[in-house]
Design a protein around this ligand. Sequence first.
Ligand code: ZN
Length: 116
Amino acid sequence: MHELTLLYGVVDKVGKVCEENGLDHVDAIVIEVGEATSVIPEFLQDGYEVISDDYDFLRGSELIIEKVTAVGLCRECGTEFPIVVNKGFCPKCGSFDKDVIDGTDFFIKEVRVRES
Ligand SMILES: [Zn+2]
């Protein structure tokens, strides 16, 4: 389950952000997960609940996952289309030959800290 590896990467980065900004606790981490990645958001969420308890600066915080639609650009006719709902086929010409132009990223978008 590579979601755990990704989570530890997130924890590591957020830990550094905290250190650099003198924060001792975060309230929420917002991450963007593209549909074209192999990351399963539910696994991330479950894993986070387990992992976050092990770190003082994360305890009780929330992981907010924003899914980004995978977008394909048809190599035959140049149409941009959402890949998943079209099962990978161009809705205009029916081609399966495409470049994935969005939804391939996994990154930390925001670290939220309660105003005090
Ligand atoms: Zn097409």
